[in-house]
Design a protein around this ligand. Structure first.
Ligand code: 1HE
Length: 265
């Protein structure tokens, strides 16, 4: 693992690489990794300037919690128009996570609340350790999610559960979050980062074309009208297949040189 020239980052973020995998950490543990403007702008810059040889990204948090959400100390001074542009700033940054160059894995622990859950839900895979808990305290703070949460969180857990979390302040454990679909991996406490990096290394061995199809085309196809979805699927699958590396891999399988699909452990 060596340091590389990622975009210049604010002190609230650190980045390192392990081969083709970049690890971006929220690094403001004294504020529970609350997201101030500088951090959100830093996330945007990091994904916008991701080096071309990075094939997957892991986002994690330093300290006891993944992320306490919006930095509430910055909220007090804002008028309506500044509120809109602030929300748009978050949308732009998280759009670069969801629809950027490479798959992104969020590694969760401790509090994953408010904007922290919005950040996590813009990643493609979530790994939670057993210390994780989820909440949307916006309802009780007199505010509302502004970082894409109303778009992305219902797609993971449904409108009814998100509404309940916001109306009542209900929180969910790591185990419940796993059952509901907030995470798709659950690890012992402290083991999430290793799991996230392992998954990222595996994802980095896929062809970039396949990873693009999965992260960019799949969610759009899933939301398209079926006739449009089938047409998009035919197009993207034939584009993926045309990649010479896809042909190499199929030949390798047919010649017995590639791994078989394994039963789960
Ligand atoms: C903060 C923030 C923050 C902590 N903004 N400063 N998010 C929330 O409503 C969650 C608010 N935070 C909490 O409920 C708790 O801090 C935690 C459950 C996350 C962690 O508890 P704990 O006991 O480990 O830490 P703490 O003692 O509460 O916090 C340590 C310090 O971090 C303390 O500051 P200090 O100067 O007294 O040391 C806290 O004030 C500070 N801190 N969280 C600012 N969020 C785009 S819209 C998104 C909308 C939202 O995200 S709303 C949800 C906001």
């Amino acid at each position: 693992s060596n340091r590389v020239p990622f975009a210049s980052l604010p002190p609230s973020l650190t980045a390192e690489r392990q081969g083709p995998v970049a690890i971006l950490k929220l690094n403001r543990p004294q504020k529970r990794n609350a997201l101030d403007d500088g951090t959100v702008i830093g996330i945007d810059a990091f994904f916008a300037a991701l080096p071309d040889d990075i094939r997957a990204v892991v986002i994690a948090g330093e300290g006891e919690h993944f992320c306490a959400g919006l930095d509430l100390s910055e909220l007090q001074e804002r008028n309506i128009h500044e509120g809109i542009t602030h929300s748009a700033l978050w949308h732009r940054a998280f759009e670069k996570i969801q629809f950027g160059k490479v798959p992104v894995i969020a590694v969760l622990h401790g509090a994953v609340v408010g904007g922290g859950l919005e950040l996590a839900s813009s990643a493609h895979i979530r790994v939670a350790d057993r210390s994780t808990y989820y909440g949307l305290p916006e309802g009780s703070r007199g505010i509302y999610v502004g970082g894409g949460g109303s778009v992305r969180i219902p797609r993971l857990i449904g409108v009814a559960r998100m509404m309940d979390m916001m109306l009542t302040g209900r929180t969910y454990s790591a185990e419940d979050g796993q059952i509901m679909g907030l995470s798709t991996y659950l690890t012992e406490s402290g083991e999430g980062l290793a799991k996230g990096i392992e998954l990222a290394q595996r994802i980095a061995t896929n062809t970039p074309m396949t990873n693009f199809a999965i992260t960019h085309a799949l969610p759009r196809i899933a939301e398209a009208a079926p006739a449009t979805g089938f047409a998009m699927e035919s197009l993207i699958s034939s584009i993926a297949q045309a990649d010479p590396e896809a042909k190499n891999r199929l030949t390798a399988f047919l010649e017995g040189r590639a791994g078989k699909v394994k039963r789960p452990d």
